[in-house]
Structures are given as C-alpha cells and as structure tokens.
Design a protein around this ligand. Structure first.
Ligand SMILES: [Zn+2]
Length: 257
C-alpha cells in the first residue's frame, strides 16, 4: 500500500492549507482517488500527473461539501471510472452508494467504509489497513465545524480502540496515534460543551452572544463557522434538558448540572 497527497489550491480560514486529495495505491499500481476537491483544472492536472499510468478504480468522497466533492464527477468521467460516496449532494452524484460497514476493493486492497455523521450527515471515513482517511471528521491542525454534536461524539468513539495507526485528514498534516487524537477531540468538545452551557447560565441568551464569549480569542472571520458549532452544542444542551429556548432566548434550566 502507498499513500500520496495532492494539495488543492484552496487555502483559507475554513480549509487550512487547502483540501488534501489522497491517492491510495494497493502497491501494485491500482489506485483510488479520495476527495478530489473543488473544480479546478490545475488541481485536476496535478492529480492526473501523480497517477501517471496507474489504473484508477474509482473517485471517492468523504462528504459532499464544496471543498471536497465537486471535482469528483468531472474527473471520474474523464477517467471513465465511477464515483462513490454516501449520498448525492451539491455538485456530486455518486454512482456507487457506500453505506456503513461496506467494503470497497481497490485492486488488492480492501477499503472499509465507516459512516461518521457529525461534521456532515453524509460523512464517511475510509480505512485501509491501519490507516484512516478521516476527511473533515478529524482534521490536522484546525478545529472541526460540527453540525450535529451527539452523532459527532458517537462517530469519534466509534473509531477509538480499533487499532488505527495513522490519520490522513481532509485538511492539514497526517497524524500518528489516532486514539490520542480522538481522546483530545472528545475532551475538547466536552470542554466546549461545558463552556457553552456556562456562558448561557452566565446570561448569554443567543448563539451570537455565546460565540462572542467562547470564541473571543479566535479570528472573527471564523465566527460564522464557530456559530454553527455553538448551535450544535445548544441543540444537544436542549436535548439534554440543560437549557431551554424560550422564543429566541436561550435560558439555562434552573438546578441544571
Ligand atoms: Zn473540508
């Protein structure tokens, strides 16, 4: 097995250095392309150059956000191979639908599909041996925007203690010791969860007010992103009965832990 990265030219506050496109080779010249990224002819050319004469099995996407999936169908159609992903999304149509627990053959490699909702409902991670292509479920060096907090935390624990040795994220650098990274992610999220609750208990009554307090040290350009994660924490706190939403006002439940 051999894994190579092609960095897309889309750096920014939401994408870090840019989207990582991964080329997974079974060791015998059959490859899969994971997360080709946004439509960008220069990036498509770079991917094709790296692939050279190798046989491509499919173009896979971890999820259908615009920095991961839109190049998939055009690239796959140029190569005459299928696209594969969990569901259709903006600018993406999977010819092969991948569900949790599915296995996908890349030449001699058996790729395991793990459904990991949280960052996005349609998010998949792909496991090859002890390596995991983690998309935006676990990112290198920047904080993940979470849409749905309960499933997100479950999707983290689902991967823990499964013998993973290496993470290949959708953004940022490769990471060793996945279990330690997952522990840190869970701890970080639970800490944020308590901060969001404490901020509402302290009088903040809306998501933007909570963002102002909890993310005061973070670049304001990232506040809209942070607001989505705070929203996800608030939804979970409401489900837990720790806060209520009265009209538009968030209120901590009396005697809530
Ligand atoms: Zn992304």
């Amino acid at each position: 097995m051999r894994i190579e990265r092609v960095l897309a030219n889309n750096p920014g506050p939401f994408t870090g250095p840019g989207t990582n496109t991964w080329v997974l080779d079974d060791g015998a010249g059959t490859v899969a392309i994971i997360d080709p990224g946004p439509v960008d002819s220069r990036h498509a050319t770079s991917i094709l150059e790296i692939i050279g004469g190798r046989a491509v099995e499919a173009v896979l996407v971890t999820h259908t956000h615009s920095d991961h999936a839109p190049l998939a169908n055009p690239l796959a159609s140029d190569l005459g191979v299928p696209t594969a992903g969990h569901a259709r999304g903006p600018g993406f149509e999977p010819e092969i639908r991948l569900l949790d627990g599915a296995r996908f053959a890349v030449g001699a490699l058996d790729l395991h599909v793990v459904h990991t909702p949280g960052h996005a409902d349609d998010h998949l991670c792909f496991r090859a041996g002890n390596a995991l292509f983690s998309g935006d479920h676990i990112m290198g060096g920047s904080s993940v925007m979470v849409e749905d907090m309960g499933p997100y935390l479950q999707s983290l624990s689902k991967l823990k203690g499964t013998g993973l040795e290496r993470l290949h994220p959708g953004h940022g650098e490769e990471m060793a010791d996945p279990d330690a990274v997952i522990d840190w992610y869970v701890a970080h999220r639970l800490q944020r969860h308590e901060e969001v609750f404490a901020t509402v208990a302290g009088g903040a009554s809306s998501v933007p007010e909570v963002v102002e307090v909890v993310y005061r040290d973070v670049d304001p350009a990232l506040h809209p992103l942070a607001a989505r994660s705070v929203e996800a924490h608030v939804t979970l706190l409401i489900a837990e009965g720790r806060i209520t939403s009265e009209g538009d006002e968030l209120v901590a439940t009396p005697n809530s832990p």
